[in-house]
Ligand binder design. Structure first.
Ligand code: ASN
Ligand code: ZN
Length: 322
């Protein structure tokens, strides 16, 4: 009975109890202690069914399928980025397991976060190729999860465009961090390498020059504005969430290049503080978000700091008045 009782108590430990006992036994975890990712990659076998069959769990060897192995690797890189840059432990900040499904559907031309996991199509080979290819696409989709657990920006209109933009911002930052590129050397493209060979374009979106990523007979022209003068009023695309995101995207680009250096360090820190600081309403518009970035910059660097001035100047530059 003693052994059984002890075993049951051990199994019933909550994570808080575990932390308490661990702390008593070996001391508090040091701030530099590594967070540990928990990845699961599933294969949908070209059907539109989730979650699919697990092909690689955390720590398991490579599968030999480059798509599944890329999804695994890019999740790891994104996890490492959030740990290194902002000491965030996974999507929810508390080590949430990360689940992805690859080979979703037949020539499926998209990737998405469904509220619980990431999903990648293979592309139809005519418009798009494999959605696991660009690191910033994995970053983008995973950050939809981060946003869900933090500011929870409503996916419609301006708050929806901010939701999209935040995913592009940190998607681009994980790529810049991985390549060790400073703001002036980065390409600021989202989804470079994703367009099929015959398509006239370089990427899905450009944060540096919104509206210039592609211009193609089949795909149409990149519809993104980079200034409020060109804001698109539409009921399509949840009120233009993938269109008007060009405006806050370009504002971030202006902040990052205005400050200089590595974009994830200061500009990224300001945006991260804005997203996770708890001051944003779910239905915040561009002006409210802009004000929150100024507040975050002021709290981090001071009201008269060059960083805060760069934030003010950037929003003015895209026509969002503070
Ligand atoms: N790739 C798109 C996104 O992450 C998918 C979608 O719009 N649902 O926003
Ligand atoms: Zn998105």
């Amino acid at each position: 009975p003693a052994i059984r009782g002890r075993a049951r108590r051990t199994l019933a430990l909550t994570s808080a109890q575990f932390t308490e006992r661990r702390t008593a036994a070996v001391g508090a975890p040091s701030p530099s202690e590594d967070f540990v990712p928990d990845r699961t990659i599933n294969d949908a076998g070209h059907r539109e069914e989730l979650p699919g069959r697990t092909v690689r769990a955390e720590g398991a060897p490579a599968t030999g399928d480059p798509t599944a192995d890329r999804a695994y690797d890019w999740l790891g890189t994104t996890f490492d980025f959030f740990e290194a840059a902002y000491r965030r432990n996974s999507i929810d900040g508390a080590g949430l397991p990360m689940v992805s499904t690859v080979h979703y559907g037949d020539g499926y031309d998209n990737a998405f976060w469904n509220g619980e996991q990431m999903v990648y199509g293979d592309g139809d080979g005519v418009l798009f190729t494999d959605f696991t290819a660009p690191l910033d696409v994995t970053g983008h989709e995973l950050v939809h999860g981060v946003t869900q657990y933090t500011a929870n920006l409503e996916y419609y209109g301006q708050s929806g465009a901010l939701n999209e933009s935040v995913s592009d911002v940190f998607g681009s930052l994980v790529k810049q961090w991985h390549l060790d590129q400073s703001a002036d050397r980065a390409d600021w493209l989202i989804g470079q390498g994703l367009l099929a060979p015959g398509v006239n374009g370089v990427a899905l979106r450009s944060m540096k020059e919104p509206g210039t990523a592609y211009d193609d007979p089949q795909l149409g022209k990149d519809p993104q504005p980079g200034h409020m003068d060109d804001y698109v009023d539409t009921y399509r695309d949840n009120g233009g969430v993938h269109i008007n995101s060009g405006i806050p995207n370009h504002a971030f680009y202006l902040v990052a290049t205005g400050i200089g250096g590595n974009a994830w360090e200061k500009a990224g820190r300001i945006w991260y503080q804005t997203l996770t600081g708890g001051s944003l309403a779910s239905d915040v518009g561009f002006a409210g978000f802009a004000a929150a970035t100024v507040q975050a910059a002021t709290a981090l660097y001071g009201a008269e700091a060059t960083e805060t001035k760069a934030v003010n100047r950037a929003w003015t530059g895209v026509g969002v008045s503070l």
